[in-house]
Every structure is written in C-alpha cells, then in structure tokens.
Design a binder for this molecule. Structure first.
Ligand code: SAM
Length: 284
C-alpha cells in the first residue's frame, strides 16, 4: 500500500499532515472515531475523532509533565487516580514511582484501551501492572460514587467535547474535591494557551470555585497544535514550586526524557500573555 497523509484539521484554521505508512486500526466506538496509524516521522499515532492523542515519538513529554510535577510536590503519594488516559502512558509514569501503592484508571472507551493494547505497547504496557486497577467507565460517575480517597488525581482527558465535556465542569471538580485527601493535588489537561484561551480560562474559573490554590504550567511538545500546551494544578495545601523537594527526585532514581527539577520550576513561569489571560485566576 502506498504512503498517504494523515491530516489533523484544527478549528478550521490550519491542518497538520503526517506522512503515514499504514493504517493499523480504525473503528467507530460508542464515543468517538478511534484510529491508530504508523507514521514515517512519529512512530505509531493514536487519533480520537481525527485529533492526535499520542505519538510514540513525543508521548514522553505529555506523560512526564502530567504526572511527575504533582508526584514530586506531594511528599508521599500512595493512591493516584487517572481519569481518561486510555493509551496507558499516564498510569505508566505514575507506577514508576515506587511509593505509589495503587493507581486507579477510569477510561470511558474500551476501544481506545484495546487499540492501544494491540498496537501501542510503549504506553499500554502498564495494563500488565498489578498495582493498576483499570475501570472501563465514565470518570464523571466514578468520582460521584466512589468511596475511595486519593492523594493525587490526574485528569488526562480529550478536549471538552462529547463525553469529556463534563470533565471541564464544576460538578465534576466538586466531587474530585471530596475524594481528594486533605493535602491532595489535581492536575488536568488544560488545553492550548494560544488556541483555547476560552476553554483554558473557563477551566481555571471552575477550579477556583472549588480549590483555594490554582496554578497553571506549560510544556512544549511536537504534535499538539501550536506546540505549547498547559496543565492546571489545583491543591488543598502544597505550592507547586516551593514544595518541590528536589532530593526526592534524586532519591527516586527515576530517569526521565523530559522532566527535570529545573524544568518543573520553570514550567510554572508564564509568558506575559498568559499572565494577562489568567489574571485573578491563578496564585503566585
Ligand atoms: N493526551 C491526550 C490529549 O490531550 O490529546 C489525551 C489522551 S487520552 C487518550 C484521553 C481519553 O479520555 C480518551 O481515550 C477518552 O476516551 C477519555 N475520556 C473522555 N471522556 C471521558 C470520561 N467522561 N470518562 C473517562 N474517560 C474519558
């Protein structure tokens, strides 16, 4: 089969094209169109509804940065909840922390999980880990009904469309607040600071209605529109930079491809346009 371009159209303003060697998987699930393709430059790529979720080449950036800042700021994270994250990359990084006793992951779409199990072992290898409890279900229902409590919650969701829409709403975060321990931290996929100012600031407003301490930090990757992307960081107690204990990073003996303690600190330093957009919505 000859090579072709896989195109991601972004908000009807621009397109990204990836030279593709072959289509490995394509299925319309109850929730979304799920595709896995083998690209020439980025390895295997997962797309949900035509939007790039992960690629083998740069998934380490997103997964390091959704996970390690919170897991190194919290002094002793033992129980972690991942909402979404069906490729497995976020849970994989969580479970590299030896102190984590249990990671619960709630992904709504079994088709995403199975496609990644079959074609993207780089991230889905975590599904073999005995410390992972994988639940196929709606994260909104899970946080409303569970009796479990967590030290860290990571919301690794798609954009606020379809089943992910409530993951950006206040009711969801009120329930997150109830299942977070008293010194808990919640980190959420917070969209593009360039293209999604409205979605980003709306998430920060929602978090402010529930949490006293709300922050936002950035990372730069290869495949998300605009390159620069953000995570929100809401806490009941800890400060995202002042409470980083760099000794814990060293003692963990973990090796990273993106995360470093210096990068952790600098990722919370925002460009002026973001400080303007997020004025009154984030703490220093
Ligand atoms: N890194 C990615 C990004 O920002 O492009 C996110 C990847 S991960 C594949 C996102 C997952 O969230 C999807 O597989 C989707 O099925 C899942 N998801 C969406 N809404 C959900 C919900 N309400 N509960 C649980 N999982 C949900």
């Amino acid at each position: 089969m000859s090579e072709f371009w896989t195109t991601e159209v972004h908000k009807d303003i621009y397109e990204m094209k990836y030279k593709t060697l072959k289509k490995l998987f394509s299925e319309k699930s109850k929730f979304q169109q799920v595709d896995v393709v083998e690209t020439r430059g980025y390895g295997k790529m997962l797309l949900n509804d035509g939007l790039v979720m992960i690629t083998e080449r740069d998934e380490f950036v997103y997964h390091d940065m959704i996970c390690h800042p919170a897991l190194f700021v919290h002094p002793n994270p033992k129980k972690v909840l991942v909402i979404g994250g069906g490729d497995g990359g976020t849970a994989r990084e969580v479970l590299r922390h030896k102190g984590v006793e249990k990671c619960v992951m709630v992904e709504i779409d079994e088709v995403v999980i199975n496609a990644c199990k079959e074609f993207i072992p780089q991230t889905s290898c975590v599904f073999e880990n005995s410390k992972l409890e994988l639940i196929v279900g709606d994260g909104v229902d899970y946080v409303a009904n569970t009796k479990e409590k967590f030290d860290v919650i990571l919301v690794d969701s798609t954009d606020p469309i379809g089943p992910a829409t409530p993951l950006f709403g206040v009711d969801f975060y009120k329930n997150i607040n109830l299942i977070l321990n008293d010194d808990g931290i919640v980190v959420s996929q917070a969209e593009s600071p360039y293209y999604e100012v409205e979605a980003q600031t709306s998430l920060l407003k929602v978090l402010n209605r529930v949490f006293d301490n709300v922050y936002i930090y950035n990372f730069s990757n290869l495949t998300y529109p605009g390159g620069l992307w953000s995570f929100s960081f809401a806490t009941k107690k800890y400060h995202p930079t002042k409470d980083l204990n760099t000794d814990r990073v060293k003692e963990s003996e973990l090796e990273f491809k993106y995360y470093t303690p210096d990068l952790h600190l600098s990722s919370f330093a925002l460009p002026q346009f973001m400080l303007n957009n997020c004025k009154g919505l984030i703490k220093n």
